[in-house]
Design a binder for this molecule. Structure first.
Ligand SMILES: [Zn+2]
Length: 105
């Protein structure tokens, strides 16, 4: 399933493939955002991915991915990663307004 939202091309996939860790349920590679079915309608995860989408437009996608991967070596792929900070802040603010628990993305 595909939907277009605010210029993003969002695609529902059965599973986010490697090299992403299996705990990742959504990912953005401009201009695409990929979601596993369990987070397809999670507006907080959508806000999280939107932050990456905006960053990738600002940075241009290839430099962003290179910097992201380099920082992943030091910080890992979770909340400690500097490029995840704003994304998790947006997701957490959203989750505070709802009852859903935030999956990783
Ligand atoms: Zn993220």
């Amino acid at each position: 399933m595909i939907r277009i939202s605010g210029g993003r091309i969002e695609i529902r996939v059965p599973k986010i493939p490697p090299p992403f860790p299996s705990r990742v349920y959504a990912t953005t590679v401009w201009p695409f955002v990929f979601y596993e079915p369990q987070v397809w309608d999670d507006e907080c995860v959508q806000l999280h991915e939107r932050q990456h989408w905006i960053d990738q437009i600002k940075w241009l996608v290839v430099p962003w991915l290179i910097v992201y991967l380099l920082l992943s070596i030091k910080y890992g792929g979770g909340r400690r990663h500097p490029l995840e900070k704003k994304a998790y802040e947006a997701q957490d603010r959203c989750n505070e307004r709802s009852v859903n628990v935030a999956p990783n993305s």
